[in-house]
Ligand binder design. Structure first.
Ligand code: DQA
Length: 137
């Protein structure tokens, strides 16, 4: 089973960025734990701070992979282009967020991804990614 985690802007700073919201762990450390825990899954990771690069990656994997775990971060709330890309592909997408976006500012309550996602997992910290992975299994 081929699954990719795609992270959007500023998620390269996990571990340093607002640890009271996002925790102390780097995504590299979390990702290597996840790979060890699910050795039977061909699990990949991609991160970009650039909207068009995220769209390119969604298109690139979106007809051949078994699943995409997408945290589009701030672009979740602004990007019609990412929402359209999720709608355009064949691979199912699970939208994830580390924090509970509904317990935060109102602008974080809107998502251009949700309507086109297979499911949504929000607010379980980094565990959100593992729950999404389990949903594919
Ligand atoms: C986030 C929530 C977004 O509102 C925010 O812009 C992020 C991270 C999360 O995982 O909690 O960068 O997607």
């Amino acid at each position: 089973m081929k699954i990719i985690i795609i992270n959007g802007p500023n998620l390269n700073l996990l571990g340093k960025r607002e640890p009271e919201i996002y925790g102390n762990m780097t995504f590299a450390d979390y990702f290597s734990e996840l790979k060890q825990r699910y050795p039977s899954v061909a699990l990949e990771y991609y991160q970009s701070n650039i909207e068009g690069e995220l769209i390119d990656k969604i298109q690139q994997v979106g007809f051949s992979y078994d699943g995409i775990i997408l945290n589009a971060a701030a672009y979740t709330h602004t990007s019609v282009g990412i929402g359209d890309a999720v709608n355009a592909i064949a691979t199912p997408v699970i939208e994830v967020h580390i924090s509970n976006t509904f317990a935060r500012e109102t602008f974080r309550h809107q998502s251009f991804v949700s309507a086109n996602a297979k499911g949504i997992i929000i607010g379980f910290g980094l565990k959100s990614y593992e729950l999404a992975l389990q949903s594919f299994l």
